[in-house]
Design a protein around this ligand. Structure first.
Ligand SMILES: [Mg+2]
Ligand SMILES: [Zn+2]
Length: 439
């Protein structure tokens, strides 16, 4: 497999560290150039053919890595003679490209299970797969807008005045591409931007562009402060641990009555209001080694009160509000089904027995497969005995919160490991029980 690394950036924000003598990707990150860390990670993940696109001070990179033999990979180069943006150079070295390749930037530190990304790309038969991830400031990040099948339908670049609810899917700047992309880029010395000039127009065609969402570590470390923070994360092992090759721990969260106030069927955004202290609670989860994953029954779809789009819109409101508070969810799963028929307006397609409706564990199983979750060291937090029973059925620990239904639904005769007044206290107790505080 091949990776193309765009290493031409000038890196003016890093001049205090590079002294203007080395290009940005050669900046030292805990004793090793960032680009060398990238190459070693790529190699470990099965990428042995690397093409580096050089710009400013490209000779420094060439002199350091040579043909890649010392690192056990093959490295080839393309030297730009003038800046061509993030896409302009691709057709100029098309003969060096494999049919399918990873594409990334020289200023990101990452540790990813690339096989999973590749499997996703193949399973979707995608032309381009963009990696996306939730972050702590989606309100001023480049958003990727998808349909509910992960197909990219729009891009919304950094824009402080968003007046709509959105999923926290931020462009991570890591791609899988088919070589055919070069047919959509103007050849010649023409500066072109990958997102704006190439990918965005393609999302308006029938070309399959997909978004792969991951909880793994990938950060642009283009400033001295970010490098400092990243070195800390390297040292604690967080970077490596989040690679989905390694088993993950998760805290599964019920939605209604746990994250948002209990309000009957919450199937419209105006019915959704966050519970108290939820931002603080999820902030603690995000800072720990646990993933934050929502699993929620939404039978209002089967009941005929709401459509799948309605539920997605409420979930977007949830992610927008959480994002404004600087916190994020790693994934959201919902069950739109209900087994019992009998209402006139019901939606027969969803009035079916299923394996995803809690206390069944279908949603948990889906998350387990995607994120390689070790259920025995994971938790569920909810306001009903159904949530607690789900935890027990899945072999997890379970915490009941005294918000929403307060466990008074009496659906199941089961005992939680923890009872807490609210989500924040529940998370605090869980992290206390964990010797490593979740790390
Ligand atoms: Mg609930
Ligand atoms: Zn279901």
């Amino acid at each position: 497999m091949q990776a193309v690394i765009m290493a031409g950036g000038k890196g003016t924000r890093l001049s205090s560290l590079t002294g203007g003598k080395i290009p940005k990707p050669m900046v030292d990150v805990d004793g090793m150039p960032l680009l060398e860390r990238q190459i070693l990670t790529l190699k470990r993940e099965g990428v042995n053919n690397i093409l580096i696109v050089l710009g400013h001070l490209g000779n420094v990179i060439k002199d350091y890595f040579g043909d890649g033999g010392k690192l056990g990979v093959r490295i080839d180069y393309y030297q730009e003679t003038q800046p061509l943006g993030t896409a302009g150079s691709l057709p100029l070295f098309v003969e060096k490209l494999e049919d399918r390749f990873f594409y990334l930037f020289g200023d990101v530190l990452f540790d990813l299970n690339l096989q999973k990304l590749l499997n996703f790309h193949q399973s979707k038969n995608a032309f381009i797969t963009m990696m996306v991830h939730p972050n702590t400031h989606p309100f001023d990040s480049d958003l990727v807008i998808t349909d509910d099948n992960d197909r990219v339908i729009d891009l919304d670049p950094k824009n402080p005045d968003r007046n709509y609810y959105y999923n926290n899917k931020v462009n991570a700047g890591m791609y899988v591409m088919e070589k055919g992309i070069c047919d959509y880029i103007k050849a010649g010395q023409i500066k072109q931007d990958l997102e704006k000039d190439i990918v965005l127009p393609l999302t308006k065609t029938n070309k399959p562009i997909f978004a792969y969402s991951s909880s793994e570590y990938l950060k642009d470390i283009g400033t001295p402060e970010r490098i400092k923070a990243a070195v800390e994360e390297l040292k604690t092992g967080k970077l490596r641990q989040k690679n989905l090759n390694n088993p993950q721990k998760a805290i599964f969260l019920d939605r209604d009555g746990t994250i948002n106030k209990s309000n009957g069927y919450v199937y419209r955004p105006d019915l959704f209001e966050l519970e108290e202290h939820v931002i603080e609670a999820i902030k603690k989860i995000n800072a720990s080694g646990y993933l934050a994953i929502v699993v929620t029954n939404q039978p209002s779809v089967a009941r005929g009160l709401a459509s799948i789009d309605d539920i997605n819109l409420v979930n977007k409101k949830m992610e927008t509000l959480l994002g404004q508070g600087g916190v994020y969810l790693d994934a959201i799963y919902f069950c739109p089904h209900h087994p019992e028929s009998g209402f006139e307006e019901e939606n027969k397609a969803y009035k079916i027995p299923c394996s995803c409706r809690k206390p069944d564990v279908g949603m948990i199983q889906k998350a387990k497969d995607k994120f390689n979750i070790d259920l025995a060291s994971s938790w569920i937090i909810g306001d009903t005995t159904t949530d607690i029973q789900t935890g027990i059925n899945a072999g997890m620990h379970a915490a009941l919160v005294m918000t929403g239904e307060k466990g008074e639904d009496k659906q199941f005769d089961c005992v939680p490991d923890i009872i807490a007044p609210n989500l924040d206290k529940a998370v605090e107790l869980i992290l206390c029980k964990d010797d490593n505080h979740g790390l």
